[in-house]
Design a binder for this molecule. Structure first.
Ligand code: HEM
Length: 442
């Protein structure tokens, strides 16, 4: 298996090969800003697409990119939200009955994939002591008490500002998925919401409010101090060209105005549409390393400069667009969830880069049984399981799912249609940090 992973811009078209992103999703959360490529037998590829086991157990060849931005962004699609549920969440939905804090209960193991709430009768929150209630009669709770409630068995509590909420009944309905919301179990949602700023709107607070069970000790003043200590992950996002039509600020998403898009066949770098799901990660092109390793290869580490100097440069003129482009028009027919793009989430560039097959060859990658020189058909892959597939994914910020894709390994090896890793935008300039630092593949 060959795996490619790295950090590039966090936004990119979602229309390619979601299967691999499912296989890759959870692991990126542990990898931070490192990246990798796996080439695997197609059987393993299929298995890994549906299972969450360690990729290294199945890997034959592994390419790890460490420390900086490397992404097959054109090909990558966001991890399918396997945990997402299409359940309508309405502000003011019925809150669960409050429960008494179990201060002596042991902290349980991490949350399971599904939530099984305790069948024990729910006791009301009561306090004999007036000083342990706020002016609404709600219990005053410490952060330590909240921290003991992070499993369904003990109930799942979170804090937002000075409020304490029992969200046990809500977590399965969370539009962003169970695994995401459970990251905040027993603590504050604020560090997570500073990343996913989609929550900063009244509707979300309306959903949350009915779940309120208490108030943090110290009240609003103490909570404000704690909130102020949460670092702003968007603070160092790059400046954007004023011509963009911003569709959201945090994360930043901007489309190219139609008049400028039509002005030239090649879209100027500065106004190439920007699609992000999260803050722009920091990458250092000078320290970036791509490591190739695994069975059938010798270990190889390449800097970005080496990739540029050691391999023949190829150029490709290609148009990419966000799969949600023109969503505004679609929404006029039927409401569609997502960014309200007009027609400008599209752009054409001349990409400069190297062929993935050249990089694999340099690592002495031998190919697998049944591997031909030309692309292998998906039918053959399904029938004999001997041909190879390539999983590509980029690393991303911690706490986030990865973006990834896959292809048949054969397609990386063909001359005419082999996969291509772009490191330059319009042939000569490095891919801009603001747009897609620093790899794309096609
Ligand atoms: C009790 C706390 C929470 C509530 C009430 C809540 C509510 C919501 C709602 C209403 C949405 C849909 C927003 C929209 O599409 O307009 C959403 C999406 C989402 N939430 Fe939460 N959330 C909570 C906690 C969390 C936490 C702790 C995380 C941690 C990572 C998280 C991650 C996400 C993600 C990733 C999405 C999807 C965003 C997207 O698709 O653009 N949420 N949440």
């Amino acid at each position: 298996m060959v795996r490619l992973q790295g950090v590039v811009r966090l936004g990119h078209p979602r229309w390619l090969l979601p299967v691999a992103s499912a296989a890759l999703g959870e692991r990126t959360a542990q990898l931070g800003t490192h990246g990798s490529i796996y080439v695997t037998s197609d059987r393993a590829l299929q298995t890994s697409a549906s299972a969450s086991g360690s990729p290294s157990q199945r890997s034959i060849t592994r390419i790890l990119g460490a420390g900086a931005a490397l992404l097959a962004a054109v090909m990558f699609s966001p991890t399918p939200a396997t945990a997402k549920k299409e359940i309508a969440i309405l502000p003011g939905s019925r809150p669960p009955a409050p429960v008494a804090p179990k201060s002596t209960a042991p902290v349980e193991k991490p949350a399971p994939a599904t939530v099984e709430t305790s069948s024990a009768p729910i006791e009301p929150l009561v306090s004999d002591s007036r000083e342990h209630r706020d002016d609404q009669g709600r219990l005053i709770l410490t952060r330590e008490e909240v921290a003991k409630h992070k499993t369904p068995k003990d109930r799942i509590w979170v804090t937002y500002k000075e409020g304490v909420y029992d969200i046990t009944e809500f977590v399965e309905m969370h539009p962003g998925g169970l695994s995401k919301i459970m990251l905040a179990a027993g603590g504050s949602v604020e560090p997570f919401w500073s990343l996913y700023q989609q929550h900063r709107k009244p509707e979300v607070l309306q959903i949350l409010e009915p779940y309120r069970i208490g108030t943090l000790e110290g009240g609003a003043a103490a909570a404000a101090t704690a909130s102020a200590a949460v670092a702003d992950p968007y603070a160092s996002d790059p400046a954007r060209h004023p011509a963009f039509i911003a569709r959201s600020e945090r994360p930043y998403n901007g489309e190219t105005p139609g008049t400028l898009l039509a002005a030239s066949p090649i879209t100027p770098n500065e106004i190439f549409f920007v699609r992000n799901h999260l803050p722009v990660p920091h990458v250092d092109a000078t320290s970036y390393k791509l490591t190739v390793e695994g069975e059938g290869t010798r270990s190889l580490e390449l800097s970005l400069d080496e990739l540029k100097s050691r391999f023949r440069k190829h150029t490709v003129t290609a148009t990419i667009q966000c799969s949600g482009n023109r969503r505004n028009e679609m929404s006029r027919v039927k409401a569609v969830k997502g960014l309200a793009w007009d027609q400008g989430a599209i752009g054409t560039a001349v990409w400069g880069g190297v062929r993935l097959r050249d990089v694999l060859k340099a690592a002495g990658e031998a190919g697998g049984a049944g591997e031909g020189r030309n692309a292998v058909s998906s039918r053959r892959i399904e029938s004999d399981g001997s041909a190879l597939g390539v999983l590509l994914r980029k690393a991303s910020l911690r706490m986030t799912r990865s973006y990834g894709t896959s292809s048949l390994k054969g397609t990386t090896r063909t001359r005419r249609r082999g996969r291509f890793m772009a490191h330059q935008f319009r042939c000569t300039r490095p891919c801009p940090f603001t747009t897609m630092y620093c790899w794309r593949t096609r």
